[in-house]
Ligand binder design. Structure first.
Ligand SMILES: Nc1nc2c(c(=O)[nH]1)N[C@H]1C(S)=C(S)[C@@H](COP(=O)(O)OP(=O)(O)OC[C@H]3O[C@@H](n4cnc5c(=O)[nH]c(N)nc54)[C@H](O)[C@@H]3O)O[C@H]1N2
Ligand SMILES: Nc1nc2c(c(=O)[nH]1)N[C@H]1C(S)=C(S)[C@@H](COP(=O)(O)OP(=O)(O)OC[C@H]3O[C@@H](n4cnc5c(=O)[nH]c(N)nc54)[C@H](O)[C@@H]3O)O[C@H]1N2
Ligand code: SF4
Ligand SMILES: [Mo]
Length: 679
């Protein structure tokens, strides 16, 4: 037996684990890593089962090409030539911006860097994006504007230095389990916990204060909390004076949010809001922890800014045990953003609109004419495909036919393309629509790095040989570049790609594989002798002074009415991951949660005559699905919750394609729905 140390392929916590390989070269199990600073010998159930899907018989083992309407096996040569050829042809006919690339937060930093290099240096468009658009695009925009950096400000280790947690829109024990467990430990030893989420999630059951406000009303809640903090003189005046600007803007705006007004908007009592304000302001070390409950709204950026305002107002930033902490979701979504798989920036958030940055990348890549206009986002790309403006799409490690909002619209859009290439480890519903399917290696079959939510760059190490004819994503992307006539993407190994990344990306400047044998390095790590940065904005914000950018409350795009009386909110559960391609192929995880379901409150179930586990229909203006009712006090009256893991009852048949105007993130967390109990 051989044990290979690597990084978990599921969530952004970034636990390390050993893949255990049997004598026959197949994966047989997982062991935790005792010495790792985050996992410390623990893993959640998904980490423990991270090997099952690798050997699953459904793995894609050879390229497929559509012939006569059917996907049939083809050689790598044919498939690669077809992708490079068709992309080129379509660009010759319709211009460079007629194509787009979706990169992948499941794949490595090196692969994301190469995907963005292919898009920009070879296809000469900035149309590259990835699932951060559906996830933390609001964070990237909101925190960059207030602090100068869109990443989690503190480290996971800071949990142990905090004396109060404000968990707002994060189901931490199920979605970032190792962080959730650590919060519980601290609270058992006297730490205080405040949860703002109308679901009675596990942390809410343990909280000192649980705010069950209406979905989509966080700006009103946060503004009213700040109103109380200011009117009761609980601000950190010294911090505001020395570290921030435009405090007057905040003061002026939150003056309009007395708790009584916010109470009407949020459904809370004025006393609950005032208690929350006082509890937060009383802590020496308060950590704000948030996730999709904050970001996935048409006012997602406003939510993020409001969290940043609250931290600055009370001086809870730039010190251990404090901070504004967006928990990043996918194993490498932080890295995919860092690598510039975004339509407006190269790696390290160097702007494509900046002449000096463009000149630097042109020199390094040996190309001319890098595009200067910002590209389109992945949500805009779907709309552009539906409108006929986007003609070709190369999707690497994403499953938009289940993960984007209003998937009937997504399917129509993808079917409207002249050419679709999909690169995955399984035949997804997106791959079903493709003209070419490219089989990729999984995390267990390749080398590289992932960057976790706390900006920790860590190694991914090959434990087993590629399944079938599958190839690592980095290799496939480089082959496409070569076949499209570009000679600047020939590398022997991911190691060499990281050298190029470090040379061009200041925050990764000191990162190299030889330094990653231990527990990894937290960026910014600008030089080979730099030890990395656990806490951002110490003494000074990345942008200099922090700016208050107050926001007014705006309601969600679609609210309940007589026809659709419920709020539907969507998200996830502990056992499954996203569109289920990996976890639903893991026997043990599948056994735990087999059926699609909707959480409904006991009051609503009673008034509709619905029993627990009864199959019911949930519908919105976009569609209807059949799911099991889960009658539970986790759900608040009037609110339904549905996970989006189930292809047979896809939550995204129901969701609305309404976007935040700045971040273009969809409003996955609120739409209007109805329930039918008849078959
Ligand atoms: N097991 C598992 N773990 C995962 C994932 C997975 O699929 N499965 N996915 C990973 C990814 S990519 C991500 S982004 C994270 C997501 O992690 P989370 O954001 O924690 O997960 P969600 O279930 O999307 O939403 C969290 C909570 O937001 C609440 N919420 C909904 N609307 C509102 C609102 O308007 N205001 C507030 N304050 N709260 C609201 C919901 O009730 C829900 O409890 O998880 C990561 N970890
Ligand atoms: N209704 C609703 N919808 C949501 C959300 C929500 O809360 N509610 N959350 C949104 C969020 S936060 C996110 S992050 C998105 C996620 O959206 P997606 O990223 O589209 O969803 P995944 O299922 O994670 O897709 C990843 C794909 O990569 C494949 N894969 C895994 N490893 C590799 C690899 O090494 N190489 C390649 N090439 N492929 C690989 C997997 O098989 C899978 O098909 O979903 C969003 N959609
Ligand atoms: S907490 Fe996240 S990184 Fe850790 S084992 Fe679970 S899924 Fe993997
Ligand atoms: Mo995410």
């Amino acid at each position: 037996m051989k044990r290979v140390l690597t990084t978990c392929p599921y969530c952004g916590v970034g636990c390390n684990l050993y893949l255990v390989v049997g004598d026959d070269g197949r994966l047989v199990g997982v062991e935790p890593s005792v010495g790792h600073p985050v996992s410390r010998g623990q893993l959640c159930i998904k980490g423990w089962n991270a090997f099952h899907f690798v050997n699953h018989p459904d793995r894609l083992t050879h390229p497929l090409i559509r012939r006569g309407g059917r996907l049939v096996p083809a050689s790598w040569d044919e498939a690669l030539a077809l992708v490079a050829g068709r992309m080129r042809e379509i660009q010759d006919k319709h211009g460079p911006d007629s194509v787009a690339v979706f990169s992948s937060a499941k794949t490595t930093n090196e692969e994301n860097y190469l995907a963005m290099k292919l898009t920009r240096a070879v296809f000469k468009t900035n149309n590259v994006d990835h699932c951060a658009r559906l996830c933390h695009a609001s964070t990237v925009a909101g925190l960059a504007a207030t602090f100068g950096s869109g990443a989690m400000t503190n480290s996971i280790a800071c949990v142990e230095q905090a004396d109060l947690f404000f968990v707002i829109g994060s189901n931490t024990t199920e979605q970032h389990p190792i962080i959730g467990a650590r919060i519980i430990q601290v609270c058992q030893n006297g730490g205080k916990l405040m949860v703002a989420d109308n679901r009675k999630i596990r942390l809410a059951r343990l909280a000192d204060l649980h705010l069950r406000h209406r979905n989509g009303t966080d700006v009103a809640l946060l503004n009213a909390m700040m109103h109380v903090i200011i009117s009761e003189g609980l601000t950190d005046e010294e911090f505001i004076a020395s570290r921030t600007e435009r405090y007057e803007d905040l003061e002026r705006l939150v003056a309009h949010y007395p708790p009584a007004r916010a109470a009407r908007i949020t459904g809370l009592t004025p006393e609950e809001i005032a208690d929350a304000a006082r509890l937060f302001a009383s802590a020496d070390h308060a950590m704000i922890i948030y996730a999709m409950g904050i970001t996935q709204h048409t006012h997602g950026v406003d939510n993020v800014r409001s969290c940043a305002n609250l931290a600055m107002l009370t001086g809870n930033i730039g010190r251990p045990g404090t901070g504004v902490n967006p928990l990043r979701g996918q194993n490498n979504v932080q890295g995919a953003c860092d690598m510039g798989a975004l339509p407006d920036v190269y790696s390290g958030y160097q702007r494509v609109t900046d002449d000096a940055a463009r000149a630097k990348f042109q020199r390094a890549w040996g190309v001319r004419g890098l595009p200067r206009d910002v590209g389109i986002t992945s949500t805009a790309a779907i709309d552009a495909a539906a409108a006929g403006d986007l003609k070709a799409l190369y999707v690497i490690g994403e499953n938009p036919t289940l993960s984007h909002p209003d998937i009937r619209h997504v399917r129509t859009a993808l079917q409207n393309l002249e050419f679709l290439a999909v690169q995955d480890i399984f035949q997804t519903t997106t791959a079903d629509l493709a003209d070419v399917v490219l089989p990729a290696c999984s995390f267990a079959e390749k080398d590289g790095t992932f960057t976790s939510t706390e900006r920790r760059v860590q190694r991914v190490r090959r434990a087993v040989s590629p399944i079938g004819e599958s190839r690592p994503d980095w290799h496939i992307i480089c082959e496409i570049a070569s076949r499209a006539g570009y000679s600047g993407m020939q590398y022997d190994s991911p190691d060499a790609v990281m050298e190029e990344i470090a040379a061009l990306t200041p925050s990764y400047g000191g990162i190299s594989y030889s330094r990653l044998d231990g527990p990894g390095l937290q960026w910014p790590c600008p030089a080979a002798d730099h030890q990395g940065t656990p806490v951002l904005h110490v003494g000074k914000f990345a942008r200099g002074q922090g700016v208050f950018r107050p926001a007014d409350y705006r309601p969600p795009a679609e609210l309940p009415d007589d026809d659709y009386p419920f709020v539907l909110t969507t998200g996830r559960n502990y056992f499954h991951f996203h569109t289920g391609t990996m976890t639903r192929r893991s026997r043990l995880l599948h056994r735990e949660e087999r059926f699609p379901y909707v959480e409904i409150s006991p009051e609503d179930a009673r008034s509709l005559g619905i029993r627990d586990q009864q199959w019911i229909h949930v519908g919105t203006r976009r569609g209807e699905v059949r799911v099991q009712a889960r009658v539970t006090d986790t759900a608040m009256k009037g609110v339904l919750f549905m996970p989006f893991h189930y292809v047979e009852a896809a939550a995204n048949l129901l969701t609305i394609n309404a976007l935040d105007p700045e971040a273009e993130i969809p409003e996955f967390k609120v739409c209007a729905a109805r329930v039918r109990s008849t078959p």
